[in-house]
Design a protein around this ligand. Structure first.
Ligand code: SF4
Length: 548
């Protein structure tokens, strides 16, 4: 696989944020994510720093010990190719920068070099020499004088050069993998321990911190419902009667199923707060998602397009998605057959094993992969009826869709639609283009990459949930209705199905490679992040999520 690609050198001058000189020294990979990929992840330390900055900036000018301080000055330099906000410029006998930092008083070369860069920017603008500055540490309420020595100036220039090299080459620096990673807000994106472990160079990773929200989903599916807003609250009504009034802070995602209307102001409110609004048809088909603008991670999308155009890379990734799906379908049958001991299921398991073997070991083209995956899926669904305890109540003739014509297919289609929206959220959050897949062909409006990534999860999340619900009599045949040749879940059945799906996606599962336990919804994100690292050349192979 190749390293990530970046566009041709821009013709306009490019500036780096002045804070990047400290970021590069602290962790070049952190700099790459923040500046090249536009990462904006924050943790409690970052947020605390921002709040302190806001409080400081409430007063633009202050007199401090007989010297004038002017706060938050934007300053840039074409020569240094740096731009940024200097926390304060102080005037006493001359000009000097003042930088504010969280935490206690300390000696830190990263802080010093950032201050030196600010001093050099001021010198260029004021045409004055700046020979010192101050760093104020909020926890100790003390400031430290830093002399702007020739060595510090030299370090600024060298660091800026390194920053531009990383930016122009688009190569992702290796993880520093030390105490700096503890509490780093970018760790869930960076996955430093996992990368080292997969490369055979490190110990088993500890559990990563959450980055995707765990989802409080508002499902609305009763025909005639209307979603509006009142201030920062979502108001659900029908025939002008308010049925629910929910604070926005209690909702991470909204799903509208069938003919539900949402007002323009509520759509704007959701977009402003980054809350996705998903649409699913009453047949249980994923229609799309309204969400804020795309992630800024254009380098990842460029790498994705390049991987798509490389036939070897494309087939290799497609092979791994199919491998994951067929292997997990086989596991599903194996689990079900532990007690049943059915000869027909055993036969199907053997055939699926043959397909897994072929997909893993042989060089295949996309056409052959499609054929193998199709035959494995047929084989699997041919014995699906055997997995149901009372097939007389809920028989499964074959897999049919668009529209599903019987209750079991209606449940499967509905589950796949919900899974599509979750996988789509994960891959979009990371910065992929969801409409360009490696296995599924690009078609107008089809989230091909989401369909690729969800292959390995279909049997684990949806099929097993549907079988288990039917075998535990969670649904009765009367809770389905036939209309216009399609089978629909009635309202109570659909609500129960949402609960089942929510429980399943939050179910904790042990990661087969890393050994830590995560909810499925975080596994979706983890797999999408590994796919990004393969596409960008950091990992050589995509490992599908396989369970035993
Ligand atoms: S987790 Fe570690 S390697 Fe990754 S960006 Fe943060 S400090 Fe750097």
């Amino acid at each position: 696989m190749k390293t990530s690609v970046l566009p041709s050198p821009p013709t306009e001058p490019v500036y780096l944020p002045v804070s990047s000189v400290a970021e590069i020294l602290y962790c070049p990979r952190n700099f790459y994510y923040r500046v090249v990929e536009g990462a904006t992840e924050e943790n409690v330390f970052v947020i605390e720093g921002k709040l302190q900055e806001e409080r400081r900036n409430e007063r633009e000018r202050v007199i401090r010990e007989d010297s004038l301080q002017i706060k938050s000055i934007m300053i840039g330099s074409e020569e240094l190719r740096l731009v940024g906000v200097v926390d304060a410029i102080e005037y006493r006998d001359g000009l000097c920068p003042v930088e504010f930092k969280r935490g206690p008083l300390r000696d830190n070369v990263n802080d010093d070099v950032q201050l030196a860069a600010q001093a050099m920017l001021i010198e260029e603008h004021a045409k004055l020499s700046v020979d010192h500055g101050y760093i104020y540490y909020s926890q100790s309420r003390t400031r430290r004088q830093v002399n702007i020595t020739p060595e510090l100036r030299e370090l600024v220039l060298r660091t800026v050069d390194v920053a531009f090299q990383i930016q122009e080459s688009g190569t992702i620096p290796v993880p520093v993998l030390d105490a700096r990673c503890n509490g780093c807000s970018l760790a869930p994106r960076c996955l430093p321990e996992e990368i080292q472990y997969l490369k055979g160079q490190g110990k088993k990773p500890s559990k990563p911190l959450p980055s995707i929200n765990l989802g409080r989903v508002l499902y609305l599916d009763e025909p005639g419902l209307y979603l509006g807003k009142r201030g920062e609250r979502l108001v659900v009504s029908k025939d002008k009667k308010v049925l629910a009034d929910i604070p926005l802070c209690n909702v991470d995602e909204v799903v509208l199923v069938g003919a539900i209307n949402a007002s323009g102001p509520v759509v704007k409110l959701l977009l402003d707060h980054g809350i996705p609004l998903n649409y699913i048809t009453s047949f249980g088909r994923y229609r799309g998602t309204l969400k804020p603008a795309w992630s800024k991670n254009s380098p990842l999308r460029l790498s994705q397009y390049q991987a798509y155009l490389d036939p070897t890379v494309r087939v290799e990734l497609a092979r791994r998605f199919v491998w994951g799906k067929v292997a997990n379908m086989r596991t599903q049958l194996l689990r079900a057959n532990r007690t049943r001991k059915s000869a027909v299921i055993t036969k199907a398991i053997e055939r699926l094993q043959q397909v897994v073997h072929l997909v893993r070991e042989r060089e295949l083209n996309l056409g052959t992969l499609l054929g193998l995956e199709g035959s494995a899926t047929r084989e699997y669904f041919q014995v699906f009826n055997e997995l149901l305890k009372s097939p007389l109540e809920f028989s499964f003739p074959n897999r049919n869709r668009r529209p599903p014509r019987d209750p079991v297919n209606a449940l499967l289609s509905f589950g796949y639609a919900l899974l599509t929206k979750d996988i789509l959220s994960a891959i979009e959050m990371i910065g992929f283009d969801p409409y360009l897949g490696f296995y599924h062909e690009a078609k107008y409006g089809r989230p091909a990459l989401a369909l690729d990534v969800m292959e390995e999860f279909r049997p684990l999340i949806v099929d097993s949930m549907v079988i288990s619900a039917l075998n535990k009599n969670v649904f009765s045949p009367e809770e389905f209705e036939q209309r216009l040749g399609a089978c629909f879940l009635t309202d109570p059945a659909r609500r129960r199905f949402y609960d089942l799906y929510e429980t399943r996606r939050k179910e904790m599962v042990t990661h087969p490679v890393f050994g830590y336990r995560l909810p499925y919804i975080r596994i979706f994100e983890l797999q999408a992040r590994f796919l990004a690292k393969v596409v960008q050349g950091e990992l050589t192979e995509y490992k599908p999520f396989l369970t035993r």
